[in-house]
Ligand binder design. Structure first.
Ligand code: NAI
Ligand code: MG
Length: 478
């Protein structure tokens, strides 16, 4: 039975969310119309209604944005570092001041539950600016005797799953190190990055230090092929990541890539089972499973398998799927029609491969893009649903007997971004974290983020780290 809480609707008001009919490009501190006069629409995936027209940047606009960033680089990098820090602190505080509006717009444009945008995306975005603001005048202490220097202009391309947060991850360390940037949000979720441009303008940042341009993959490709940027930073699909890596090699640019994942979440029989079940839910259903580090492969030790599965299904039955702006919602709208199609194809693949599917019988709204929380049992290691990133609320469950067996199975993936382990024994945690080929391993928790902590992957999950001191070194020359 779904929604057995019988919760009354608790919709967040949209009155704080002023969305303009049309957004131009933010270049050189001004809103500039796209030179070809092209615009595209961004919609709400929950209502399929149009939210705004957004400029599509063409080659001339991309040129203008990089020229502005290039001209701004010398004076910006020459500012006393503490002054740079002040601007970044100001951005952090203004994000906090406008947090309600940013959370509402994030949920409208991308479909994620307001509870998540309000409690996770927006506060963490502010936290990243606060954290890196503090480093701006302490780089020589972060890297003693290494004389760190900024790289120049950075081209930054971000995805649609954490739009404002990814903009913060990219912009904050770049500015703290004295670089200037041209950033492009994803085409389905441009609005919070454009709100961030408003904040940056209001914060009085010198023109050209941050330029935010909008457009689809074509615009992104123009950015990575451009002569001016010295650094390419990308979060998104592994396929596009590989193209960007090529562009970086051809243009002799530095590059960091944060790509896909297929994380193992491992439950031992001595784990606190109730907490582990919450961790499984959070690991795969957080943000509709549109999470590169999602715990999409669950490994349960055989002796507790029946118990875990029973509790997991019972918990899934209680998840509230629906209106992203309702404060009770656990699973919001799938970000786009095309992502929903991808997920639905994988549900068919899973069935065809002989796995058994379970979904709660919750009702879904008629309009919008929705997917019930899903789990598959009877999954083989070689099945596509156990190997490929689905990027939706779909969990593939396998069992194991020994720690050696689960390490082998968990590492049998082309990806290596994250992993989780649930056990009462510290020694098992250490054995596992050492053996896992994953950039981040959570123990008795999952999907925990903090600006002080580096994040990034191995193998097809990319390379380079964001967050912490590691995230600074990605924007410095030594
Ligand atoms: P994508 O990689 O195409 O989009 C990410 C960003 O890259 C967007 O801003 C897009 O406009 C830009 N882009 C697209 N083509 C480009 C090109 N040739 N050059 C430069 N920039 C380009 O991802 P997409 O198609 O939206 O999602 C496909 C799959 O990728 C998802 O199903 C998921 O598996 C994975 N993905 C992983 C993410 C992560 O956080 N690691 C985020 C988004 C998607
Ligand atoms: Mg949208």
């Amino acid at each position: 039975m779904s929604n057995e809480w019988n919760l009354a609707p608790a919709a967040e008001s949209t009155s704080s969310a002023e969305i303009k009919e049309r957004y131009e490009l933010f270049i050189n501190g001004e809103w500039q119309a796209p030179s070809d006069g092209n615009y595209f629409e961004t919609i709400s995936p929950a209502s399929e209604e149009s939210l705004a027209q957004v400029a599509a940047a063409g080659q001339k606009d991309v040129d203008r944005a990089f020229e502005a960033a290039n001209a701004a680089f010398k004076p910006w990098s020459a500012l006393p570092a503490a002054e740079r820090g002040k601007y970044i602190y100001r951005i952090a505080r203004m994000i906090q001041e406008r947090s309600r509006e940013l959370a509402v717009v994030e949920s409208l444009d991308g479909g994620k539950p307001i509870r998540e945008s309000r409690d996770i995306d927006v506060p963490l975005a502010a936290a990243h600016f606060f954290y890196y603001a503090g480093w701006a005048d302490k780089l020589e202490y972060a890297f003693p005797q290494r004389d760190p220097k900024p790289l120049g202009v950075a081209a930054q391309i971000i995805p649609w799953n954490f739009p404002l947060l990814m903009a913060a991850w990219k912009i904050a360390p770049a500015l703290a190190c004295g670089n200037t940037v041209v950033l492009k949000p994803a085409e389905t979720t441009p609005l919070t990055a454009l709100k961030l441009a408003e904040i940056i303008k209001d914060a009085g940042l010198p023109p050209g230090v941050v330029n935010i341009i909008t457009g689809a993959g074509e615009t992104g490709a123009m950015m990575t092929a451009h002569k001016i940027p010295k650094k390419l930073a990308f979060t998104g699909s592994t396929d596009v990541g590989k193209m960007i890596y090529k562009a970086a090699l051809q243009g002799n640019k530095k590059v960091t890539l944060e790509l896909g994942g297929k994380a193992a979440n491992i439950i031992f029989d001595d784990a606190p089972i109730e907490a582990a079940v919450e961790g499984i839910i959070n690991g795969i259903y957080f943000n509709q499973g549109h999470v590169c580090c999602a715990g999409s492969r669950l490994f349960v030790q055989e002796s507790v398998y029946d118990q875990v599965l029973m509790k997991l299904k019972r918990r899934m039955d209680q998840l509230v799927v629906g209106d992203p702006l309702d404060k009770n919602t656990d699973i919001g709208a799938i970000n786009s029609k095309s992502q929903l199609q991808t997920i639905e194809e994988y549900l068919e693949v899973g069935r065809a491969e002989g796995s058994e599917i379970y979904q709660p019988e919750c009702e879904l709204p008629e309009i919008g893009y929705w997917c019930r929380p899903t789990l598959f049992t009877n999954v083989a290691q070689s099945n596509r649903i156990a190997q490929e990133e689905i990027f939706g609320p779909v969990l593939a469950i396998q069992t194991f007997r020994t720690i050696e067996e689960v390490i082998d199975k968990a590492n049998n993936t082309p990806y290596g971004l994250s992993a989780g382990v649930w056990t009462d024994k510290g020694s098992k945690i250490f054995q596992l974290t050492k053996a896992m080929k994953a950039g981040v391993v959570w123990a008795n928790t999952f999907n925990k983020f903090d600006p002080t902590s580096p994040f990034g992957g191995y193998k097809e999950s990319g390379f380079g780290r964001e967050g912490g001191i590691h995230g600074l070194s990605a924007y410095l020359d030594f």
